[in-house]
Design a protein around this ligand. Sequence first.
Ligand SMILES: Cc1cc2nc3c(=O)[nH]c(=O)nc-3n(C[C@H](O)[C@H](O)[C@H](O)COP(=O)(O)OP(=O)(O)OC[C@H]3O[C@@H](n4cnc5c(N)ncnc54)[C@H](O)[C@@H]3O)c2cc1C
Length: 461
Amino acid sequence: MLTLREARRLPLAAEVDILVAGGGPAGVAAAFAAARRLRRTSPGDPRVLVVEQFNCLGGVATAGGHGHICLFSAWGDRRRVVGGIPWEIARRIVSAGYGVCTTSQADFEIEGMRKVLEEMAEESGVGLLYHTFCSDTVVSRGRVIGAVIQNKSGRQWIHAQRVVDATGDGDVAAHAGCAFSVGDEETGLCQPMTLMFTIGGVDWPKVNAWRTSYEMREVWEEAQRQGDMRPYQKVIMGFWWTPTRPDQVGVNFTHINGMNACRAEDLTRATIEGRKQVFETIQVFRKYVPDMAHCYLISTPPTIGIRESRRIHGRYPLRKGDLLAQQTFPDSIGYGSFFIDIHNTKGPGMDAKTWRPPPGFRYQIPYRIMVPAETEGLWVAGRCASCDHEALGSLRVMPQCGVMGEAAGTAAVVSLEENCRASEVPIERLQTMLRVQGAILDEAGIEAACRADEERREAVS
Ligand SMILES: Cc1cc2nc3c(=O)[nH]c(=O)nc-3n(C[C@H](O)[C@H](O)[C@H](O)COP(=O)(O)OP(=O)(O)OC[C@H]3O[C@@H](n4cnc5c(N)ncnc54)[C@H](O)[C@@H]3O)c2cc1C
């Protein structure tokens, strides 16, 4: 943490209204929402800046190599419960010709997603600063007023009226001294990391048909019996195919346990181990899987996928019990609906804490999970929001991170306009603004989205 006095010794890189740290699903939604609102209400260009350590927007969806987003609908139901910017991104990727999407999920070409998000940033008036890491936080009288950044130009700082921490790991909040939890409350262990990979030379219709009719577990068991594979995984977590790349499939399979995403040493070890697993898995595909005999590695992504790290303590922690009760909240900013998806924290496969809900499952996400308990001027949106280990298993998926991001960016503007604290943002006003932006906050919103989707289907057929 730096004081204002300490920060002033550094070169000032920028002065902005809203600084968004991290350009993943939460960060882009926060930035687009904030810049669009400022553009409508304030003279001059919006001063909204995204600082991103990699060379693209999208987070896990791009830099993490994961070309699949779910769930926009209620669980086991095609009624959509997510609207607003996350849904707009899904529709945009389809209309740009880079993906396919149902009311539940979207599959897309990763390069296309990178381009579409940059176009949307430009249209919204969002400034981007890539290749830049938020390495510390500037705090004055208990209020976050900016971040220290590190890049090729050296160490500088950005002065901001309001800050949204969308780093996934809660880096800005942690540096500001916010309290946080990490991992399973009983063991302290986090969900495993996964290095995604993309393979080519796949006849998808054949592989897909085979995949649904074959007990894939036998492949791994046989490969391990033959000494062709170490026991790092035993379930395919996802084969993601998009029609724009007919012979390519993204594979969610590698599993690296026992790592801390906030330690560079662990990220390095996990990446090296992940790459070993990628090459091992491809050999197994070639040898044991019919129709994959000629598959080959196209790429591993720039960064390993992180499922879990810091969860910043907020004004309300979303708990597993809230999910099971399909809780509603007066400060709802949208819905979550994914199952409690917890990968084994100690080995291959899924964790015993995984929970598959009944059809129609959905729960409201309260605004307070994004407001740090003690620090002001800051929102935490996305994977680092306030919740317990099991709630995170559901809340962490991309549409919900986008829901949080859009609400955080909008709330940051409201707090500027009203000159109030994050915890004092008038909820009804925020909710009205979110509804105008197309967000779904309640049952009436779900009904309206259902009707709109039905009309769209009829117009297409
Ligand atoms: C292997 C894997 C499979 C998954 N499968 C699915 C799925 O099928 N469907 C689904 O919807 N979700 C899935 N998820 C979950 C989902 O992708 C993530 O939880 C979600 O992307 C989190 O969004 P976020 O914006 O909070 O964080 P991230 O996507 O992690 O984005 C954070 C961004 O911040 C940047 N950043 C981090 N720290 C700093 C810093 N200090 N300074 C500057 N920039 C920084 C990062 O580079 C990144 O771009 C999966 C996750 C993983 C890892």
